[in-house]
Design a binder for this molecule. Structure first.
Ligand SMILES: Cc1cc2nc3c(=O)[nH]c(=O)nc-3n(C[C@H](O)[C@H](O)[C@H](O)COP(=O)(O)OP(=O)(O)OC[C@H]3O[C@@H](n4cnc5c(N)ncnc54)[C@H](O)[C@@H]3O)c2cc1C
Length: 174
């Protein structure tokens, strides 16, 4: 790839695969050519999600800002969930990014590409096993891992409170 042309490589998904690719290409070709898109603003190493679920890893400390990584590694980061692709026009559509009070941080946008890399990862497959959708807890995202952690903590509190109501129960929680 010539760095004098405005050729754009767009990588969708800043996980284990996409982030490494963006960093390697960014260092070689620079931020005007290499674009990383992710729906989240921070990267969390997915193989550590079980630690988030167990409460031994704090996502607020471990997450790495994509904007910071982009500055350090020479690519451009664009936050937004990819919601559409126009292969004839060679462009993708990104949904608006909303803040905590649903205020618009970034509007809906489209982004042109010369080469598009889809690195959006995968999700748990329950293989239509009855009851899994209602009862199983997947660990595909930080949101799910954090939900697992809170549910586990609340379960422990409930069990402890039930045990305390029994005569002679030795357990205490403050
Ligand atoms: C608990 C756990 C433990 C694991 N342990 C290991 C291990 O020990 N060793 C090992 O080799 N592997 C392990 N894995 C598997 C490993 O994490 C995955 O194979 C790897 O993360 C896949 O990388 P990826 O880049 O394909 O996708 P991911 O890392 O899942 O990244 C996908 C990215 O795409 C983004 N994205 C998704 N959809 C969109 C969209 N529409 N628009 C914009 N962005 C989007 C997501 O936000 C995410 O950042 C583990 C996985 C889990 C869940």
């Amino acid at each position: 790839m010539s760095t004098t042309q405005s050729y754009q490589v767009v990588i969708v998904g800043g996980g284990a695969g996409g982030l490494e690719l963006a960093a390697k290409l960014g260092r070689q070709f620079g931020r005007q050519h290499i674009f990383l898109v992710d729906k989240d603003s921070d990267h969390i190493w997915k193989p550590s999600l079980h630690e988030v679920a167990a409460g031994t890893l704090d996502i607020h400390r471990e997450g790495l800002s994509y904007f910071m990584l982009a500055r350090d590694c020479g690519f451009t980061f664009i936050q937004g969930e990819m919601t559409g692709i126009d292969r004839e026009q060679r462009s993708i559509t990104l949904a608006p990014v909303l803040g905590p009070d649903h205020e618009e941080v970034f509007p809906e946008r489209s982004l042109s590409y010369g080469t598009l890399v889809m690195a959006v990862g995968s999700k748990s497959n329950f293989f239509s096993t009855p009851g899994t959708h209602e009862h199983a807890l997947a660990l595909d995202s930080t949101h799910q891992a954090e939900r697992f952690r809170l549910k586990l903590l609340n379960e422990l509190i409930s069990v402890t409170r039930r045990a305390q109501r029994e005569p002679g129960a030795p357990l205490y929680i403050n």
